[in-house]
Structure formats: C-alpha cells, structure tokens
Write a protein that binds this ligand. Structure first.
Ligand code: PMP
Length: 418
C-alpha cells in the first residue's frame, strides 16, 4: 500500500536483495509522482543561482524562466563579481584541487587562510576553526568523533538530518522543538548518567524559518552542566547586526561551545566548518575520520574568503534581504496564508494536505514561480507546505509576481486559513 508508505519503509525489506528493494522503491516513487504528491526527477537549472532561474522540469522539457524561491544563496554571492574573480584567481594560483586529505599533503595555504578567516569572523583565535567538505559532514563527522557511549547528545527534534547521522551510534535523546520543559526533563534525567551532555540545536529551523530560543536553552544547558552546539547554517551571514548569525542576535557569540556552519548557503560555495576551542579543533583534525581520510576545499575556496569579507564590507545585501523578507511576509499574510513563526529568509506557506500542496507547487510553476513542495518525510505528514526562500537580489517585480501567483492558487485551491 504505497499511499501509507514512507521512505523509511524502503530502508530495509528483509526478504528482498538490494536490487529488488531498489525496484520496489522505484515503483513507490512513480506512484508518488503519478498521484501528484511529489516530483522525483530533479528540476534542472540552466543559469546557476539567482532571483530568476531557467529550469527544465519533468513536466516541461523546454527551459522556462521562473522567479526562483528555492535558493539558500541568500545574498546571491554565488554571482557576486568579486567572489567569482577571487575564486578564479584561486584556481589560477593553486590549480583545481587539493590533491589529498589534509594530513597527508592536501592542506594548502588557502585552507589555512580560510580557517583563520572563519575563526576571526567569530572573534576567536586562529586555531579555532576547521573546514569540512560539506556542512553535512561538519555535523556528522564532529559528532561521530566526539561522542562515545559514556556521553549523550540531546537534540531539538527539528535539527538537520546530518546531526541525526552523527549521533546514530551513540546515546541520544530528543526534546520537543524549542520546548524548555521538555529539554529540562531530559537534562535532569541525564545529569548523573552521562559524563558529557551535549545539547544540539539549529539557530534557524530549516523548514519553518523560526529561531531557536537560544538564550533560554543556553542557560538551561549550563545550569545542568551541559555543553551547547549550534548549527547556524541558515543564520550565519544574514542574521544579527554584523551577520554573524542567530548566535550574534542572542549575544552568545563567545559562549557557544561548538558552532557549526555551512559554506554552501550565504557564502555561496561548498563546504562546512566547525568553530570551537583550539583543543576540540585539534582533536577533530586527527580523530575525525572524515578529516583524516577525505580531502577538503578546492582552491575556488578563495572566493569564500572574499565572500566572508563582503559580510563586513557590503552590509547593504543584508539590508536588501531584510526588506524583501518584510515585504513578502506582509504580502502572504495579507492573502490570509499561514506562514507560521518565521523570523528568517525561509518563509513556509503551510497548506497541510500533501495532494493540495503538490497541486499548489505545479500551479506555481505554471505561473512561472519555482518554489519547493515539501511533503512527508521532509516534514510531518499533515504539515505539507510550499517552502520559499528569498534573496537580496529579488526585485519588487519578482516578489509581486510570486504574490500574485499565491493569490491565484489560493483562489483555486483555498489554502488560506481564513
Ligand atoms: N544544517 C542545516 C540546518 C541545513 O539546512 C543544511 C543544508 N540543508 C546543512 C546543515 C548541510 O549543509 P550542506 O548543504 O553544506 O551540506
């Protein structure tokens, strides 16, 4: 019964070998597509990230120009001339790859410069940052290396999949998203049982766009002798007066025990990083298997160094993004749509029913608006939504076109809460 099935049901089917299981999974994905719930063939962008994207879709083979509401490239630094030039110069100077993992010859001058830059960005000493291949790896590799059976990870249940990956072989407990009572119960219970209690939260929730109750969570964690790790993938670069992220907004920049960030969203490239005490960083350099056995950034990371500098040099991009977010949120609220508690550039339009949400995604695309349809297992079954994310370079025309399209689908599908 595919209607009730979820991805999890195909993780293992004891009586089927791997190829048979893959075949059944393919039948499931075809069913989901045919019943209009989810698209399993990638939309293909023709012109990189930007406020407008030319996309080919499984429904429309000729490229179509759309307003893009799908990118995490919030400041559009992937297209910033100075960032592109720095990346090109990096390649001209160092070539195209690192050549090996850091420990055995793949650590180059540009890695050192990048790590020093990241550490300084957070006001820490130069040996306080470590770069990984992706943000996903930063989280999973760090947790895999640090936590052992005497320790416990205490996760806000809404954290990213990479955190779950990192704790799957150790003790972990979940608390309800942003729920202090739920967290306190677990901390109290864990107090005597585990030598390390590591609480892990997102700065900005990646689906709802709301912020962590970070100050309260920090205080509670410390009251019970724990440590706090914040994955601020969607906050760093865009939130806070100086763009240091949700951790800056809550005045906790120098207090968070482990900061995790990505280089593939606001900074416009690929990679991830951890900022922590020099001792933790040193430990990870030699004890994280993904550091020891895997190569990291390419010389195009020179573009990243420029992007980090631009956060201070060109604050106007953050201001443009904030203006766009304010305008678009107001427009959606005026239409009576449910956007939840977002306080970031991630703005969900919550619909609930997965079939209606699938229809909404297709109608938006017909109207030239490319936004993500998020259904289970991306979110809980009754929590399907269209997920939009804004960029500094969206113009009022782009946003008005998107708002008009939402008004149209609301007339057709009645998705407003009014
Ligand atoms: N953390 C969060 C909260 C994320 O949303 C993402 C990206 N989806 C990641 C980590 C992983 O980042 P990356 O894409 O660099 O692997």
């Amino acid at each position: 019964n595919f209607e009730k099935a979820s991805f999890k049901d195909f993780e293992n089917i004891p009586e089927l070998n791997i190829f048979q299981r893959a075949l059944v999974f393919q039948q499931f994905t075809s069913y989901m597509e045919e019943s209009g719930q989810m698209n399993f063939r990638f939309m293909t962008g023709q012109n990189g990230c930007g406020p407008e994207m030319w996309v080919t879709s499984p429904f429309n083979k000729t490229p179509k120009k759309c307003v893009s509401l799908v990118s995490n490239d919030y400041l559009n630094f992937t297209q910033h001339p100075a960032v592109k030039l720095a990346a090109i110069k990096g390649i001209q100077k160092y070539g195209t790859g690192a050549g090996a993992s850091p420990l055995i010859g793949g650590h180059h001058e540009y890695h050192e410069m990048l790590q020093t830059k990241i550490a300084a960005f957070f006001g820490r000493t130069p040996d306080s940052a470590l770069v990984f291949t992706t943000g996903y790896t930063s989280n999973s590799a760090t947790l895999l290396a640090l936590l052992k059976k005497e320790d416990v990870a205490i996760l806000d249940m809404a954290v990213h999949a990479s955190v779950y990956e990192g704790v799957k072989e150790t003790n972990f407990k979940l608390f309800l998203h942003n729920d202090l009572d739920s967290l306190e119960r677990i901390l109290r219970d864990a107090q005597e049982k585990f030598r390390t209690k590591l609480v892990i939260i997102d700065g900005v929730n990646s689906q709802d766009g709301d912020l962590a109750k970070m100050k309260e969570i920090y205080d509670l964690t410390k009251e019970y002798g724990g440590f706090l790790m914040v994955d601020d993938a969607h906050g760093i670069g865009v939130i806070g007066e100086h763009g240091r992220g949700a951790i800056e907004k809550f005045n906790l920049m120098d207090k968070i025990d482990i900061i995790s960030g990505t280089l593939s969203k606001t900074f416009g490239h690929i990679g991830g990083f951890i900022v922590a005490s020099p001792e933790i960083i040193n430990f990870l350099k030699f004890q994280s298997r993904q550091q020891v056995f895997s190569s990291t950034s390419t010389p195009a990371a020179a573009g990243l160094i420029k992007a980090i500098e631009l956060i201070d040099e060109e604050p106007q991009w953050r201001k443009m993004l904030a203006d766009n977010v304010g305008y678009f949120k107001k427009g959606l609220i005026d239409l009576g749509l449910n956007i939840g508690n977002t306080e970031s550039a991630i703005i969900p339009v919550k619909i609930g029913d997965p079939h209606k949400t699938g229809d909404a995604g297709r109608l938006l695309l017909d109207a030239g608006i490319y936004a993500n349809t998020i259904v289970y297992p991306g979110v809980a079954r009754k929590n399907a939504r269209i997920r939009t994310s804004l960029m500094a370079t969206h113009t009022r025309e782009h946003l008005d076109k998107a708002l008009n399209a939402f008004e149209y689908i609301n007339q057709k599908l009645h998705i407003s809460s009014r």
